[in-house]
Write a protein that binds this ligand. Structure first.
Ligand code: IVH
Length: 669
């Protein structure tokens, strides 16, 4: 296509056509054309857009792939608070709600029953038919602006269809991850040795907070919208308004029921309680709403929830399945965790094959036997739990499950310290899963950030190339490239990434060592306080507990770590490899802010500037915190600073200072 004008026309044509196919596919679940035909149209559009960048449109169907750059989320206040819902767990409770409604508005009204989607709630704003903003629920009054992430969700239209929609409106709904996607992503994560998502809801809400929208695009999220907020509503009926929204391209569930009969409401509740596993996504109940908007207004709301709607929550789903065997897994700290292997059973949308048995006491309390039929339950965000046993199904002579006395991996006697429920293998430097676990921890993103997963560690360990974290720094390209899974490029990347990690600052190196009880934030505190590994190593118990955040238990484990000669030898090897074992002066510029905690809130021109200010707080020895408490010393407020933070700070008499005041304080102004 040569003429610019022709290209413009074709681009517009393609965008409209693709949007319409998307609408049928994602909102109405109908395929109008084959995947191949659809991909060809998208490809044609994408090529034209590349050739004619002057016709760029942020709302083009091609922008759904996301952007690789890291984003920081700004906060935005909700025009109307995002309320939650009152809960009922029984029909009796619901009847009480119904009575209250009838007392207030009489009998002439209808209910709308809807599914209660179990995901992360979102508020979408449309201006002149275009998606302008997407904000998370946050604390109900303000949330994070995650528009770029939301744009990657195919069922959310960037541009509305048809006409007649208000110039400005908000629509709220739930973002969720369909079961199939959840299982598929977890399978990949398992293979890559990454932590699996606990359930589809966590996966959805975690994905929305991902700072890289191209990663969000891979998560294949979906949404249902259920609450339309505008000054000029097309109809007084909530139900009718949502049907209009559907015509405009917004995804509304088909499983809604409008009725004035309580009998119908109960049938709906029962049907979905029994049939929820037929859905391709999780629901955790039903929402019952008064349909008329004017009656909703008359009923009003409390500070927390509307009086015109209520949720009926389902009981946690249970399933009965057989216990096949129990694995006793040894973690990197030596703690032994029992895990039940179960006959696969379908429960609340996912297949359950394994479930934690927590510890020896839990197994004893259950009186668990091999071959037992056990009840597994998924409640809220918790991973499947074995909650009981159907003893009537136990076979004669079934063997009791007993906690081992020796480490199942290396045979060392297990010990149990007084205050802990777990048994430990004390062969900390010789037990294979502990060694591999320590290496995995060491290379983790928040630690040395070396690009490798569990499978790579396994391979390096099994091939005898890496038996401890210091061995990583002796690895040679020639050794790695010989291994099965490695090609030239991936071997090069691994070596490069290991070499790059030598620049990782001391606080992270300290965290990477995996000293018990020394997590990410305590590592920072210790690094700042002692400034070098040698000083930390020499610190006595008393000197350790002098540091605010260090209690007796932590001081003991830190001392124990440095009393172990093997650990010191490892540190010496890491030092010779060139890792950072002290804070250089540039990093901690001065201790002026030592012991003071700061909250940085609001806009400072750019997100970059805000994080620069946060860095300065830390570089000058202060602590950056995120929620206001009596322990907060200062609030550094930019434009549109979070109003709830400010009012809380005012109540607590915490000084609220500007960027300039802060720079003055550290002598940079
Ligand atoms: S209506 C003012 N409808 O449940 C009323 N909420 O527990 C706004 N939810 O925060 C909510 N499905 O995230 C409504 N069909 C549905 C829903 C629904 C799921 C969520 C929503 C809300 C939470 C309250």
């Amino acid at each position: 296509m040569d003429s610019k004008q022709d290209a413009k026309v074709r681009i517009e044509q393609l965008r409209t056509e693709i949007r319409e196919y998307n609408y049928y596919y994602y909102v109405l679940s109908e395929s109008k054309i084959s995947d191949f035909q659809f991909d060809s149209l998208l490809k044609e559009l994408s090529e034209l857009e590349q050739k004619f960048p002057e016709f760029y449109d942020p709302n083009s169907p091609t922008v759904r792939v996301g952007d690789d750059r890291n984003q920081q989320f700004e906060e935005a206040e909700h025009r109307f608070p995002m309320l939650s819902l009152g809960n009922t767990y029984s029909k009796q409770d619901f009847l009480e709600f119904d009575n209250r409604i009838r007392k207030a508005i009489g009998d002439d009204f209808e209910y709308v029953c809807e599914l209660k989607f179990d995901g992360a709630s979102i508020s979408l704003s449309y201006e002149n038919g275009k998606l302008s903003k997407a904000v998370t629920r946050g604390d109900g009054t303000k949330g994070d602006v995650i528009t770029e992430n939301i744009k990657t969700i195919s069922s959310i239209p960037l541009v509305l269809r048809g006409n007649g929609y208000p110039d400005f409106f908000e629509i709220r709904g739930e973002i969720f991850m369909p079961h199939k996607v959840f299982e598929y992503l977890n399978e990949i994560r398992r293979k890559e040795g990454k932590n699996e998502f606990a359930n589809p809801r966590n996966a959805a809400s975690g994905s929305l907070k991902t700072q890289n929208s191209s990663e969000v695009a891979k998560r294949k999220l979906d949404c249902f919208l259920y609450y339309f907020v505008a000054d000029n509503l097309p109809s007084d009926s909530h139900f009718e308004n949502l049907q209009k929204c559907k015509e405009w391209g917004l995804k509304i569930s088909d499983n809604m029921l409008k009725t004035n009969s309580l009998d119908d409401v109960f049938k709906y509740l029962e049907y979905w309680e029994n049939n929820r596993n037929k859905l391709e996504y999780d629901i955790d109940g039903v929402v019952i709403k008064v349909d008329s908007n004017s009656l909703q207004k008359a009923l009003g709301e409390t500070a927390k929830a509307p009086r015109w709607a209520i949720s009926y929550k389902f009981k946690a789903e249970k399933a009965l399945t057989k216990l096949i065997s129990v694995d006793f897994q040894v973690g990197r700290t030596g703690a032994v965790t029992p895990v039940a292997n179960l006959e696969p059973v379908f429960l609340a949308g996912t297949t359950v094959k394994r479930s934690t048995l927590h510890n020896a006491d839990y197994i004893k309390a259950l009186d668990l036997h091999f071959g037992d039929f056990v009840f597994v339950e998924k409640a809220g965000e918790i991973i499947p739990q074995v909650v009981g046993i159907d003893v009537s199904k136990r076979v004669l002579n079934a063997q009791k499950v007993v906690f081992p006395t020796k480490c199942p991996e290396c045979g060392t006697d297990l010990i149990r310290s007084e205050e802990e429920a777990a048994f430990f293998c004390t062969n900390y430097n010789g037990c294979p899963p502990q060694i591999k676990g320590k290496i995995e921890h060491f290379i983790g993103r928040k630690a040395m950030d070396i690009e490798a997963g569990g499978a790579t560690v396994e391979m390096l360990y099994n091939s005898n190339l890496v038996k401890n974290v210091a061995d990583l720094y002796d690895l040679k390209f020639e050794d790695v490239v010989k291994l099965d899974r490695f090609a030239k490029k991936s071997a090069e990347n691994l070596i490069k990434s290991i070499s790059k990690s030598k620049k990782i600052p001391f606080e992270k190196v300290l965290f990477s060592l995996g000293i018990r009880h020394v997590g990410e934030s305590l590592s920072k505190v210790l690094a700042r306080h002692f400034k070098s590994i040698d000083k930390l190593k020499d610190a006595s118990f008393d000197e350790l507990v002098e540091v605010g955040e260090v209690g007796d238990k932590i001081a003991v484990t830190v001392r124990e770590f440095f009393e172990e000669e093997k650990n010191n030898m490892l540190i010496e090897r890491l030092k010779s490899a060139g890792l950072q074992f002290e804070i250089d002066d540039v990093e901690l510029v001065a201790d002026i802010l030592a012991g003071k905690s700061f909250i940085v809130t609001g806009n400072f021109g750019t997100a970059q500037r805000r994080s620069e200010i946060e860095d300065l707080v830390e570089k000058f020895g202060g602590k950056k915190v995120s929620s206001v408490s009596s322990k907060t010393d200062y609030i550094i407020a930019g434009e549109k600073a979070g109003s709830s933070k400010i009012s809380k700070a005012e109540k607590l008499n915490i000084p609220i200072i500007s960027e300039k005041d802060f720079l003055d304080m550290i002598g940079l102004e």
